[in-house]
Design a binder for this molecule. Structure first.
Ligand code: UDP
Ligand code: MG
Length: 309
């Protein structure tokens, strides 16, 4: 019998984990050798207690608990590192990724696809804010990051063992998994789905988390943003040159013109702002290098019912 691991990052999902586990088990019980791995991302509610109860009832339901909140992507990566299955499915804990799709994911994998991923169809269940920010994110990353990211393809997918191994062996800290999946290649199959409404609780992806996620995505995959400084530099130089010609013309052919204070101020402020943006971009890359050289772990597991493979 083939074995399937299901990895579920959970952050303050006390009222969702039990229901999700039940629904996932309905799809797998008797058909596959399975394990469920909940990664408790430093929840402050009863998520961990509920997971421990689940583990007592069924020893194939496992939990890994972080020492603090490290973020969804780290939780996902941790789950992948511990998963032993021939295929690993990752999904959210809040029931937005419908468990009834699991057999379909597995079916396509059995047909020979290495990565079976899903694409969220934007329906009214997804809030307008989420829809617009997410669409903007995919467009911007695809443009700036040199990888073709399809809109609505989040972290609900199945990975073959060999794909999971590659991710596990990658030494890159703060790995942007969504982009890495595209970058790796392999035989892929896409299944569209209608997301459900969040079963309970509120979204854990705050605007801040989404912004950092997007920034990491873009700067992880390309150095294109660094070119922005060159292009802007060229444009500004050209403008300054034209302005200089205009000033010289005024100096010679018009008498008593002492304009300039406004334009001086405006250009100083403008160039100052521009320099800050560019410094920020450079700083982001430098920061990445800094974090990588420190070689810190991406996450810290404080308690677990599993051993790392
Ligand atoms: N999550 C996590 N750590 C975080 C934020 C989110 O493990 O810091 C989990 C969360 O519990 C859920 C999944 O990541 O299982 C997706 O988060 P959420 O549903 O809040 O995001 P949304 O669906 O609103 O994008
Ligand atoms: Mg959600």
């Amino acid at each position: 019998m083939k074995s399937i691991s299901v990895v579920i990052p959970s952050y303050n999902e006390q009222d969702n984990v039990v229901l999700l586990a039940t629904k996932v088990l309905e799809q797998l019980e008797g058909k596959y050798d399975y394990e469920l791995i909940f990664v408790d991302d430093g929840s402050s509610d009863a998520t961990l207690e509920n997971l421990k109860k689940l583990n007592q009832q069924n020893n194939r339901i496992h939990y890994l608990s972080f020492s603090r909140n490290f973020g969804h992507q780290k939780a996902l990566r941790c789950g992948l590192a511990y998963a032993k299955g021939d295929a690993v499915i990752s999904m959210d804990a809040d029931m937005q990724h419908p468990p009834y799709m699991i057999p379909e994911l597995i079916e396509k994998w059995e047909e020979g696809y290495d990565i079976v991923y899903t694409q969220r169809l934007d329906t009214k269940e997804v809030g307008i804010f989420k829809r617009t920010t997410s669409s903007f994110f995919y467009k911007l990353t695809s443009r700036l990051a040199d990888i073709e990211m399809e809109e609505g393809t989040a972290d609900f997918r199945l990975l073959d063992r060999k794909v999971a191994n590659i991710i596990n062996r990658t030494g890159e800290s703060n790995l942007f998994i969504r982009g890495f999946i595209v970058w790796m290649g392999f035989k892929k199959y896409k299944i569209p789905y209608k997301p459900e409404e969040r079963h309970s609780g509120v979204t854990k992806y705050t605007f801040r988390k989404m912004f950092l996620f997007a920034l990491n995505g873009i700067t992880s995959f390309s150095v294109k943003p660094l070119y922005i400084s060159i292009v802007l530099g060229l444009i500004i130089s050209l403008c300054s040159f034209i302005y200089a010609l205009y000033a010289i013309y005024n100096y010679f052919f018009k008498s008593g013109v002492v304009d300039g204070w406004t334009s001086l101020l405006v250009s100083v402020l403008f160039i100052g702002g521009l320099q800050l943006i560019i410094l920020g971009i450079i700083g982001e890359y430098l920061g990445k290098l800094f974090m990588q050289t420190k070689n810190r772990p991406d996450y810290i597991v404080s308690e677990s019912s599993l051993k790392e493979v």
